[in-house]
Design a protein around this ligand. Structure first.
Ligand code: SF4
Ligand code: SF4
Length: 155
């Protein structure tokens, strides 16, 4: 594997499970536009609200309703921020042991590149792609970074 911290292997493991893909207002707008629907129709089509959070539903196979086996994400251009950001989540950036643990689930993470490079590249990626959020009721906690992490890409 090259000396970069992450290269997606398109295994689909991160699209499996229920409840992980919480959508912000920006995510709802983007996905509705991508599907050519208004927001209520999009929500009816693919989302559910649990404890005040709007999230993508899973299908009978346990994967996100948009996951296509053998093809990957069926709404790639319209996918939510949390999908765009994985595996560069706050916990994995802050904590090397979390980074080690995700390696068994996400084969795209390059263990040989080390955690420090993962942090530098991750923070830069999140910034360049507009994926960082201010703390707030709708903000995905995984995408709210502290100042020390934001500075770490310069070290
Ligand atoms: S929206 Fe796409 S990337 Fe996100 S969980 Fe669903 S299939 Fe995976
Ligand atoms: S688990 Fe990792 S390597 Fe597999 S599709 Fe998701 S991001 Fe890519």
């Amino acid at each position: 594997m090259s000396e970069t911290s992450f290269t997606c292997q398109r295994c689909g493991h991160c699209c499996q499970g229920e409840g992980g893909i919480v959508m912000t207002g920006r995510d709802r707008n983007r996905l509705a536009r991508h599907l050519g629907m208004d927001i209520p129709a999009m929500l009816d089509h693919c989302a559910e609200t649990v404890s005040g959070k709007t999230r993508l539903r899973a299908g009978d196979d346990g994967y996100c309703i948009f996951f296509r086996h053998g093809q990957g994400c069926g709404v790639h251009q319209g996918r939510p921020d949390i999908c765009r950001a994985w595996p560069y989540f706050r916990g994995n950036l802050l904590d090397a042991s979390s980074w080690e643990m995700i390696q068994s689930d996400c084969p795209g993470v390059n263990a040989e590149a080390g955690h420090a490079l993962f942090v530098r590249e991750g923070v830069q990626y999140l910034q360049e792609h507009g994926l960082l959020h201010e703390a707030g009721p709708e903000a995905p906690h995984a995408l709210v970074l502290c100042e020390s992490l934001l500075r770490s890409k310069d070290t």
